[in-house]
Design a protein around this ligand. Structure first.
Ligand code: NAG
Ligand code: NAG
Length: 832
């Protein structure tokens, strides 16, 4: 029976794959004689050339170490073809438009290190890349994004007229060329219109023909939704990324979702974008903003001195009549369209619609802005904006799409000609420049790099880890310490505290070769060790489990977040080690461990009420900074007592930024991660409306506050049903104004009723059902400080009472205890 099943399964697979390999589609696994499966498609080894496809020179076949099994393209990236001289693949195709994808995955094979390759690629007469170097490409593009990626997929569109497509690899002299995989897929003739709206031209259209101009895809985004994998887009196998990381202010927009009844206006449109892209959108945030007078903005690093085609995908998901949402579209701060009503243009609700605009980006500019905002011509009532999807394509100039970047795209709209390398950075440090230099490990996330591929390539040591750039950060108390830190290594490998690159040998020495007795904690990513570096400096060393893909994602986020953020109440990153495919982070050591361990369950001495208040205030400060201090508010997403750490002086710091960011509302992987990581702390509204905001952190923080009062786990399944969930249980007591009934007995006699009452009220407000009724972290912080004052006044009073009862006590009494004194007078006057 099993065999029959397998047989049937095999048959189905074969049939479906044969169906895909039809006509003018070529999927080539380079440097291989075997056919492989990847991304749900069948790829042909390039040694088996056929009538339709030939390779003019054998080059060198390179094989690489296996890539993580989860990798979508992992099986393709185990081999590459290397060329020492100009060589080409020839494809016999029908005339028409084609989409070409080139896959590059850095590897080392014999004397060939992909990082040292440099070559041009031509597709017929069109130059695709020049002096291409995969590592440079990764690090250059890394600047604009926020996770480590390990491969580059470049996508182009061009027209083929003479039934032949030649893809030629031309090494720069002394170097070599390589490629891991090739895709040649016929694209529909109507994929690009013959004329395109020109930005700021009063409706002028300019002609566009793929015969004259080739196109490179720069970004392809599913706005307001999760990434769409290439195998979910079976027309052209395009990956769609989520857009959030490109938003200028995430809070300016909210996401909406509607999965029913969305359809194409005409069946000809079906290959323009998958329906999924139209089912999610961003609209303007409308929280308490009656008159919306702001723009929703996205910013994209691009190559200077090219024309860009911006394709906007729209679908009105909410309104079933016109004039409900009318807006203006700006590209590069110029008006692209006015009076834009998607309902009117698409001819109804739930209709997939797109519009293209072209604009030139000049020599000195390296970013492209897209903004949607209110149209001044319309009344405030119809003022809102909507966007469902977005693609940015680069148009060739004089047969050239290649951009050679010796310069660093700083992403701030200007080009920095200075290439930051460790030398200049050490110099900067040496000069005592008042900059904070942070390492930002980020990644290139254009359309080429879908989530699947990223997750996929995790096992390889990421070549994109370049501790490179200058970055001003907000001043904070830890900055001053940073500049004096003994951990600054002025050698060439390290930059500043945050950027120190440790060798694996150093890490092994620090942890006695990862001695299990030094393990302080374990998580999904791997283990945390207590370590010692530089003779006596204690650090916490987090070592990612090599096989944990999820861990990697969080690991990347953590580096990205921590390299941007510095604050007394956020745990600082000291450095990292990425030798031999290790992913190790080194943090400041937090001597007193987690807040939770000082509340219950560990046998540690419990904290006094004042220490608990201080810890809550510290954590609230850290969160308040996260929410407001960074250029776009950051959501921690995993606020809980095990992520609040205490240093040797019991100063609380927020840690674990692995889940941080304003995640896409519908990103299921992230939702489920959050559920796993913080069950019991999770904002119910986040589930209900699938909208993640800072108020979700406020909710979790409210649970922390109750946990601090009650000193019990947030979920305790061994309790009676109505007590299992701390948030529900404590909230019931709080609503009856009797939270003292469930207070940690260890606090007995240490707190004032007044401060406890106030504290309970704050926790209650944080747990408000709707985010909009919860306070901000700033307000929470303010109230907690007030609670501390109440408590200190009480303590002072209590101490004074003690003082009074001692023989020296009388002098201060009138000052600190007027009330008592009056009572006393009353009492003492009575007998007379
Ligand atoms: C929106 O962006 C455009 C183009 O950058 C700018 O001219 C306009 O003033 C902005 N509108 C608002 C309300 O900020
Ligand atoms: C466009 O506007 C944004 C802010 O709205 C600004 O930061 C950017 O520098 C402007 N770009 C250009 C090219 O003027």
């Amino acid at each position: 029976m099993k065999i029959l099943d397998l047989f049937l399964l095999g048959l189905v697979i074969i049939l479906s794959r044969v169906a895909q390999i039809h006509g003018n589609t070529f999927l080539i696994n380079c440097g291989s004689h075997i056919n492989s499966d990847a991304d749900g498609r069948k790829w042909v080894g390039d040694e088996a050339s056929s009538d339709n496809f030939t390779l003019n020179s054998p080059g060198i076949v390179a094989s690489a170490a296996p890539v993580n099994g989860e990798a979508v393209f992992g099986s393709l990236y185990r081999s590459a073809r290397i060329f020492n001289t100009a060589s080409h693949y020839n494809f016999s195709v029908l005339s028409g438009n084609y989409c070409i994808r080139l896959h590059f995955y850095p590897f080392e094979f014999a004397a060939y290190n992909a990082n040292e390759s440099a070559f041009d690629v031509m597709a017929n007469e069109l130059k695709l890349v020049s002096k291409f170097n995969v590592s440079k490409e990764i690090s250059r593009k890394s600047l604009s994004s926020n996770s480590v990626i390990t491969s580059i997929v470049k996508e182009y569109f061009l027209s083929v007229n003479l039934n032949e497509l030649r893809i030629e690899f031309i090494p720069i002299s002394g170097s070599f060329a390589f490629v891991n995989a090739l895709e040649v897929i016929q694209a529909p003739d109507n994929f690009f219109n013959e004329t395109i709206n020109k930005v700021a031209s009063n409706g002028l259209k300019i002609p566009l023909s793929l015969t004259d101009r080739g196109i490179e895809t720069m970004y392809r985004l599913n706005v307001g939704g999760p990434g769409v994998k290439s195998n979910e887009d079976q027309d052209l196998w395009r990956p769609w990324d989520s857009d959030e990381r490109f938003m200028f202010s995430v809070n300016a927009a909210t996401t909406i979702y509607n999965s029913s009844n969305v359809s194409y206006i005409s069946s000809n449109d079906s290959s323009i974008a998958p329906i999924m892209v139209y089912e999610t959108a961003r609209i303007m945030s409308n929280n308490e903003v009656v008159e919306k007078r702001f723009n929703v903005s996205w910013k994209f690093p691009v190559d200077p001195n090219f024309d860009y085609l911006v394709r906007l995908h729209f679908c009105e998901l909410r309104y079933d009549q016109p004039n409900q949402r009318i807006f203006k579209i700006y590209i590069n701060n110029k008006t692209a369209a006015e009076n834009y009503d998607v309902f009117v243009r698409a001819g109804g609700m739930n209709k997939a619609y797109h519009d293209d605009y072209v604009d030139a980006v000049s020599q000195q500019i390296d970013s492209l802005w897209l903004q949607l905002g209110p149209d001044s011509l319309t009344s405030a009532s119809g003022t809102d904006a909507l966007l469902n999807g977005l693609e940015i394509f680069k148009l060739s100039r004089n047969g050239n799409l290649a951009y050679i970047s010796e310069r660093i795209n700083t992403g701030d709209g200007k080009i920095s000609a200075k290439k930051p390398n460790s030398k200049t950075i050490s110099e900067a440090v040496g000069l005592g420049v008042a900059f904070i230099i942070t390492v930002t490990v980020v990644s290139f996330l254009s359309c080429h790099c879908i989530r699947g591929k990223r997750a996929a390539t995790v096992k390889e040591s990421p070549p994109g880890w370049h501790p490179l750039f200058l970055h001003e950060t907000m001043a904070s108390t830890s900055d001053a310490r940073a500049s004096k830190s003994p951990l600054i290594n002025t050698g060439t490998t390290a930059i500043l505290r945050i950027g120190r690159m440790f060798t694996l040998a150093e890490i092994r020495a620090a942890t006695r070769n990862f001695d299990d007795s030094l393990v302080m904690g374990t998580g999904g990513f791997g283990k945390v060790y207590k370590g010692e570096i530089d003779e006596g400096n204690l650090v916490a060393i987090k070592r990612a489990h090599p096989l944990s893909g999820q861990g990697l994602k969080e690991f990347e986020t953590e580096i990205e977040m921590l390299s941007k953020l510095r604050h007394r109440h956020l745990v600082s990153l000291i450095g990292y080690c990425d030798e031999q495919r290790e992913m190790i982070l080194v943090y400041e050591f937090m001597a007193n461990g987690t807040l939770r361990s000082h509340l219950y369950g560990s046998g540690f001495p419990t904290l006094t009420w004042k220490q608990r208040l201080d810890a809550c205030i510290g954590a609230a400060r850290g969160l308040h900074y996260l929410h407001t201090g960074a250029d776009r508010g950051i959501i921690h997403r995993d606020v809980k007592t095990t992520n609040i750490l205490l240093d040797e002086n019991f100063v609380a710091k927020m840690s674990d930024f692995g889940l941080s960011r304003a995640g896409p509302a519908l990103d299921h992987t992230h939702v489920s991660t959050a559920v796993k990581g913080s069950f019991g702390y999770l904002d119910p509204e986040y589930f209900r409306r699938q909208q993640l905001t800072q108020k979700s952190d406020v909710y979790s923080f409210g649970v922390v506050l109750f946990e601090v009062i009650c000193a019990r786990p947030v979920i305790n399944p061994s309790l009676p049903k109505d007590q299992i969930n701390l948030a529900e249980w404590a909230l019931r007591w709080q609503r009856q104004r009797s939270i003292e009934a469930v207070i940690d007995p260890q606090l007995e006699g240490d707190y004032s009723m007044e401060s406890l009452k106030k504290f309970g009220e704050i926790a209650e407000k944080c747990l408000a059902d709707e985010g909009k009724n919860r306070p901000t972290m700033g307000e929470v912080l303010w109230h907690l400080e007030y609670v501390l004052q109440l408590h200190e006044a009480y303590k002072q009073k209590a101490d004074s009472e003690l003082f009074r009862s001692s023989e020296f006590g009388f002098t201060d009494l009138s000052f600190s205890l007027p009330y008592m004194r009056e009572r006393e007078e009353e009492v003492s006057s009575k007998p007379s």
